[in-house]
Design a binder for this molecule. Sequence first.
Ligand SMILES: Nc1nc2c(c(=O)[nH]1)N(C=O)[C@@H](CNc1ccc(C(=O)N[C@@H](CCC(=O)O)C(=O)O)cc1)CN2
Ligand SMILES: Nc1nc2c(ncn2[C@@H]2O[C@H](COP(=O)(O)OP(=O)(O)OP(=O)(O)O)[C@@H](O)[C@H]2O)c(=O)[nH]1
Ligand SMILES: [Mg+2]
Length: 446
Amino acid sequence: MTDHDTDTIVAIATAPGAGGVGMVRLSGPRSRAIAEGLCGCALVPRHAHYVRIRANDTLLDDGIALYFAAPASFTGEHVVELQAHGSPVVLQQIVAACRALGARDARPGEFSERAFLNGKLDLAQAEAVADLIAAADTRAARAARRALDGVFSERVDAVATELLHLRVHVEAAIDFADESLDTLGGEQVRAGLDRAATHIAQLLADAERGRKLRDGLHAVIVGPPNAGKSSLLNALAGSERAIVTDIAGTTRDLLHETVRLDGAELTLVDTAGLREGGDAIEREGMRRAREELRRADLAIVVLDARDPASGRAAVAEAIADVPRRLWIHNKADLLDAPPLMADDTVHVSARTGQGLDTLHAQLRRLSGAEAADAAEGTFTARARHVDALARAALHVDDARGQVAHEALDLAAESLRAAHEALGEITGRVAPDALLGHIFSSFCIGK
Ligand SMILES: Nc1nc2c(c(=O)[nH]1)N(C=O)[C@@H](CNc1ccc(C(=O)N[C@@H](CCC(=O)O)C(=O)O)cc1)CN2
Ligand SMILES: Nc1nc2c(ncn2[C@@H]2O[C@H](COP(=O)(O)OP(=O)(O)OP(=O)(O)O)[C@@H](O)[C@H]2O)c(=O)[nH]1
Ligand SMILES: [Mg+2]
């Protein structure tokens, strides 16, 4: 027997700290007996019982007890919820009393892990629970809600089923090795592979949007040394996060800062100024800056308003593949004449604050553009889902080439690999290490 068959787990399910009401949750075979021991009465499934919660004749609190009999519960096991006053001390005492009666502390995410292991949720849905709890804005919450409802999983499963049919077809054809594929429905296999490739590509694009929605816009501040990148980060963050000096090459490490604009979240990254040369430390900083730009949704290019041209040349190559750019001419306070207005350039002064409201509006607009992309039907996704879909796409591409060359053994192997990659998303194929990694990042009591 595995540990989730035998152990009864307990944890405070409500957020840490004082609250109006707090909840202790039990899951496992002994949860009913333990709760009945504390409450001193028999619990009827799905009834709200008003109870006095006692440990060794000491009254801990009065509250409400709810019993969900297996398998009709969140985890699929016997679950009891004890709702007490939201006092951290009282809730801890109740947990200790449950422990004394044979429960053990739940690991982070263990309730959701059990829901997954008992088939109540698939892996992408369990991850969506965590994403919903962590959602920073209404859009992200709505998208996580859709993933929790299975919108993403259903599409993954649909493609997996397509691949399974193709696998069966190809593997059957292998057994008739002396006949050509054409006599064995080769046309159908080729068409099926094309369809699967299209579906995976669409799903990959949607998952990538879902990942951005979950993680927020990833904006990297880039430009030549001394242009005022760190000053601008500080101005947008509203605090002196980054070191600012008049020495070119001050910033070397990446500095991440989360900024909220009207409920939409944005990650800003300050980077080392890009230029030719520099010492070993500065060069490493520039390497990190370029690396970070590969993951950027937006490059905020900061140039010195007095000499924008040279800086633009210095960054051109580094930002070539970034999907969106925002051009900033900083130090506008040092210009002799007011700048000529250009649509795609914002003139600001990180020092005086001039132009920062325009910059804010632009950033909101760009976050909004991402939102418009995120139409109905969008779901949250994670980098690991995007990665699995990308691998599935490569394997299907391999299979197409192999079928074209009538290398059916290889094609079958590629389709198996593609199918498995999709299985990682929903957890149909999930190594223990992956599960441990995913659920340990949940909060306690979830
Ligand atoms: N009190 C309480 N509120 C909560 C939760 C909880 O665990 N307890 N949830 C925790 O995340 C969320 C709701 N999710 C839940 C999902 C399934 C079941 C459940 O009992 N499922 C059974 C019965 C379904 C039915 O009656 O139709 C099942 O799936 O068999 C309960 C809560 C949010 N609110
Ligand atoms: N007058 C004026 N000076 C500014 C402005 N923004 C930054 N500075 C000054 O410019 C110098 C460089 O600023 P930083 O923010 O460190 O520039 P950086 O782009 O981060 O530089 P590196 O980290 O070296 O790449 C500092 O002396 C700042 O005080 C501005 O809007 N106006
Ligand atoms: Mg800097």
